[in-house]
Design a protein around this ligand. Structure first.
Ligand code: C5P
Length: 395
């Protein structure tokens, strides 16, 4: 992934058992393409040693306010200059209290005070500490000071108690950090997306489906959420985790998908039909399992409703995006589909090697013509499709 390419993040780690999750966050940020400089407090270093963070970030780790490795001996200034964000995870109750009062008696608190970039903190503490009036007061102050608080979550705590104060998981923090850092061209928009295959029952145990994995639709849902939109994802049967912050509605058949879409589409300004909806379904679904026989079995199929075409022909349609997965004549078929369904944008791809991979090659078709995107991971293509869509909405 390269969604954090060219981003520079200073990751602070304070003293708390959640520090073990901080190492995973470092790994995810680096994998996302960011340059990560880790700053450990003395308490943080009690839980995880600098060696772990140095190995994961590939960069020196900082702890000491008087560290002579900074050329001008001012690590507290140097580290945040040019940084896109300081992220403190875990942020202990003590650290938050210091921050709320502007104290700066170690490298991390001092660089937070001296920074000229956004500060995100991920609190982690016992539930009583979290609920203590002093912590509540400090958090109100931090919000007033424009500091972004990620989480915490509620759940089992290392101390054996259950409640609020658990640090978010590394993957959740990563998602929130990406969402914070990327541009927001879809802020204020509500986006409805269909994804995955549908499953049309033949009898109680069998059905007609296809090999759509749902990956492209889920990647688009994630990219649209990162771009600032409120996203509803109507998904056929897939085994993918719901992207963070996305509202998911599970359906099985094309008829259920249509119903779920039509019930919601009027509240959405953008509709993206990515699902590989069945074009035909068995005219009748047998009540009981069809028994094996020696003679031919004929299935009667009837067409399903075309959800995208129906949405696009509403009186006041949302901005509609269609997908065209073709095994040949992509350009001709995709543009014909765009015209036939009256869509401002169609994303075409050749499915010569089947569906379900992590990478794709797509061409965008709009009123201006064709725009091939460089082949790449679906998540990266999703980001580019969302950027193109936002551009079309602006013009
Ligand atoms: O006409 P075709 O099925 O090839 O068009 C594909 C596009 O139409 C995709 O965007 C797909 O999600 C959408 N579609 C739909 N309902 C159907 C069939 C396709 O929304 N029943």
């Amino acid at each position: 992934m390269s969604e954090l390419r060219k981003k520079r993040i200073v990751q602070g780690v304070t003293g708390g058992i959640a520090a073990y999750k901080a190492a995973e966050l470092t790994r995810l940020l680096v994998k996302g393409g960011a340059r990560v400089d880790v700053v450990l407090t003395a308490g943080g270093a009690r839980f995880v040693t600098p060696v772990t963070f140095q190995a994961l970030s590939g960069r020196p780790v900082w702890s000491d306010l008087w560290d002579a490795r900074a050329d001008d001996n001012m690590a507290h200034i140097e580290l945040t200059r040019g940084a896109d964000a300081v992220v403190v995870a875990p942020a202990s109750a003590d650290f938050l209290a210091k921050l709320a009062h502007g104290l700066c008696d170690d490298l991390l608190t001092t660089l937070c005070l001296a920074r000229d970039c956004p500060l995100l903190v991920a609190p982690a503490m016992n539930r009583q500490m979290w609920e203590n009036p002093a912590t509540r007061r400090n958090l109100r102050q931090l919000a007033e000071d424009g500091i972004h608080v990620l989480g915490p979550a509620s759940g089992d705590q290392a101390c054996g108690e259950t409640g609020m104060g658990r640090m978010l998981e590394a993957e959740e923090l990563y998602e929130d950090i990406v969402a914070f850092l990327v541009p927001k061209p879809l802020r204020g928009w509500r986006v409805l997306i269909t994804a995955g295959p549908t499953f049309e029952p033949i009898d109680p145990v069998r059905g007609l489906t296809n090999s759509s994995s749902g990956k492209m639709g889920f990647a688009l849902a994630r990219a649209a959420r990162h771009a600032g939109a409120q996203v509803t994802l109507v998904s056929g049967p897939v085994s993918l985790p719901t992207p963070r912050g996305v509202n998911r509605v599970n359906v099985t058949t094309a008829a259920q998908m249509r119903e779920a879409v039509m019930a919601r589409v009027r509240d959405h300004g953008i509709f993206i039909g990515v699902a590989a909806v069945a074009d035909y379904r068995p005219a009748q679904s047998a009540e009981h399992k069809i028994k094996k026989g020696k003679t031919q079995l004929t299935l009667q199929l009837e067409p399903t409703a075309d959800i995208l075409a129906e949405v696009a022909s509403l009186d006041q349609p949302p901005f509609c995006v269609g997908f065209a997965a073709e095994s040949q004549n992509l350009e001709e078929y995709a543009e014909a589909k765009r015209q036939a369904k009256k869509l401002p944008l169609v994303v075409g791809n050749l499915v010569q090697h089947g569906m379900g991979g992590d990478e794709n090659t797509v061409i965008l078709f709009d009123n201006q013509g064709r725009h091939p995107l460089q082949a790449g991971p679906k998540q990266e293509l999703a980001r580019q499709i969302v950027a193109h869509l936002a551009q079309l909405l602006r013009t």
